[in-house]
Write a protein that binds this ligand. Structure first.
Ligand code: F3S
Length: 70
C-alpha cells in the first residue's frame, strides 16, 4: 500500500511568513488575516516532492507540515 502525503498548516503556529507560498504558489492560500491555509482539494499528494520538503523546511514557525498517511 502506498502512502498519501497530506499537507497541514497549524493555524496556531502560522504567523504569515509566506515562505511556503514561494514553494507552492498554486497550493497555499491566505485568509483575511494573512494566515496560510491549504484548501481541502489541494491538500493531498501521491508523492513527497522537493517543493513540499522545502516548504516545510523553510517555515520558521514549523507550522507547515506534511504527514504521510497509509
Ligand atoms: Fe505560515 Fe509558515 Fe507559511 S508561518 S505562511 S505556514 S511559511
Amino acid at each position: 500500500m502506498s502512502a498519501i502525503y497530506r499537507i497541514r498548516i497549524d493555524s496556531r503556529r502560522c504567523q504569515g511568513h509566506a515562505r511556503c507560498l514561494a514553494f507552492l504558489p498554486d497550493t497555499v492560500d491566505f485568509d483575511d488575516e494573512g494566515y496560510a491555509y491549504v484548501p481541502e482539494e489541494k491538500s493531498c499528494r501521491a508523492e513527497m516532492t522537493d517543493a513540499l520538503r522545502q516548504a516545510a523546511a523553510n517555515c520558521p514557525e514549523r507550522a507547515f507540515q506534511v504527514v504521510a498517511e497509509e
